[in-house]
Write a new protein. Structure first.
Length: 125
């Protein structure tokens, strides 16, 4: 089965998740800084990623997310596609609360959001 990297793009942090077969596993939260594209290229090569899926909400982040994807296309050689992620962050917070995780607002959960994005994409395949 194809190995996929999901990205939950944010202006400060970027959440990453990777597929293992039909399972989505949170991978990391990386800072959105001058090293971002080098880190992503390294992860894509190390994990042998064959496709990148980026969560896209039609909100104030949509244009920034599209610009990010366009830049990423210039530095990696794998197909990139979008998937609707309108409710991913709220859904992640709810799931983590249900599992008893406390102080969610004080912890980066972007990689969990990326895993939810990836689960949705995998379910559609």
């Amino acid at each position: 089965m194809m190995k996929v990297l999901a990205i939950d793009y944010g202006t400060r942090r970027v959440g990453l998740a990777v597929s293992h077969g039909s399972l989505a596993q949170p991978l990391a939260v990386v800072e959105n800084d001058e090293h971002l594209f080098d880190q992503l290229r390294s992860i894509i090569n190390h994990e042998k990623i064959e496709r990148v899926v980026i969560g896209l909400s039609e909100n104030e982040m949509a244009d920034l997310t599209r610009e990010f994807a366009q830049e990423l296309e210039g530095v990696v050689s794998v197909p990139i596609e979008f998937i609707d992620e309108t409710l991913s962050s709220k859904a992640v917070e709810q799931k983590l609360k249900e599992r008893g995780m406390k102080n969610i607002s004080q912890q980066p959960i972007d990689h969990y959001a990326a895993a939810l994005i990836l689960e949705e994409w995998l379910a559609q395949q």
